[in-house]
Design a protein around this ligand. Structure first.
Ligand code: AMP
Ligand code: MN
Ligand code: MN
Ligand code: MN
Length: 280
């Protein structure tokens, strides 16, 4: 069974509309798909309608931006009720600062000799309120400032480089609380991306568990094979459920839908807790 519990539509920083995303997932053999847009659940209704006429099982999801000890983390909510009022109100607060931050990013890029980046980024975004670094990166690629998305996130948009603006997202406790309160499982997204020291990792996992976190995204489009192996060990050792997700954003940009390795058979997959569990 091909389970992909992490991807983005054009309601956040993906390129495809939710219905097109579902169609593409079917084409790539995905059996169970969670749509997990950044800080919004607005694509789920369209995705669900599209999935209704297919064999694909859609899981309602979201990926919430969190600031923890000064760094940005992402927490996936899987199997949430997208109508939950506290979750929706929480997501509204997380989204609120994006446009203001984008103005700051554009100013910083202008100082580095790249004018008009705000309009450029907006040209790649469906919803200005969801403007993200990805839209700026697509603009930098489209205008030939960099050769590809990876290069955009090396030379720009990251701490210490033009276009980066520090931002306060939600707290780990709030994001996890909204997810659990909406009946979902809270899963730490792509843990290999955070470059945590052993001490910071220990602190993060203890705090995440204390506030209700239950899983780690062990297999991710942004993990190497080695990282997947080491997060497998962390999950087994710590008794975490394990998730698998491509983190698909666009064709040709990173991993394909359903196109990542299988979970190690010793792991307890998060989807075993879905009701009814897929495959049963
Ligand atoms: P934001 O939420 O606006 O800070 O944007 C974060 C998004 O930028 C992530 O969800 C990724 O889609 C994208 N991103 C961050 N780092 C990289 C990277 N190194 N390569 C490609 N995309 C990245
Ligand atoms: Mn993204
Ligand atoms: Mn992420
Ligand atoms: Mn993601």
């Amino acid at each position: 069974m091909n389970v992909d519990l992490h991807c983005h539509s054009d309601r956040s920083d993906g390129l495809l509309a939710p219905a097109a995303l579902v169609a593409r997932a079917c084409l790539h053999g995905v059996d169970v798909l969670a749509l997990t847009d950044h800080d919004t659940v607005t694509g789920l209704e369209e995705a669900r309608a599209a999935a209704a006429s297919t064999a694909l099982r859609l899981v309602d999801g979201v990926e919430i931006s969190v600031t923890w000890r000064g760094r940005t983390l992402h927490v996936l909510g899987l199997g949430i009720d997208p109508g939950n009022a506290a979750l929706r109100a929480g997501l509204d607060t997380v989204q609120a600062g994006r446009l203001e931050r984008a103005r700051g990013m554009a100013e910083s890029l202008a100082d580095a000799g790249i004018p008009d980046a705000l309009d450029g980024a907006l040209g790649h975004a469906k919803n200005p309120a969801m403007l993200s670094r990805t839209h700026f990166a697509r603009h930098l690629v489209a205008t030939g400032k960099v050769s590809d998305m990876r290069a955009a996130f090396r030379a720009y948009l990251v701490p210490g480089k033009p276009g980066y603006v520090a931002h306060r997202w939600s707290t780990l406790e709030a994001a996890t609380g909204w997810i659990c309160g909406a009946g979902g499982q809270a899963v730490l997204a792509h843990p290999g991306r955070y470059a945590l020291s052993a001490g910071a990792l220990e602190g993060l996992l203890a705090e995440f568990r204390a506030v209700g976190g239950s899983g780690l995204e062990v297999v991710s489009g942004s993990h190497s094979e080695g990282e997947a192996a080491s997060w497998t060990a962390v999950a087994l050792h710590g008794g975490w459920r394990a998730s698998r997700g491509s983190d698909f954003h666009a064709p040709g940009e990173g991993a394909e839908l359903g196109g990542v390795a299988a979970l190690d058979a010793r792991l307890d997959p998060v989807w075993r807790a879905f009701s009814p569990a897929p495959g049963h």
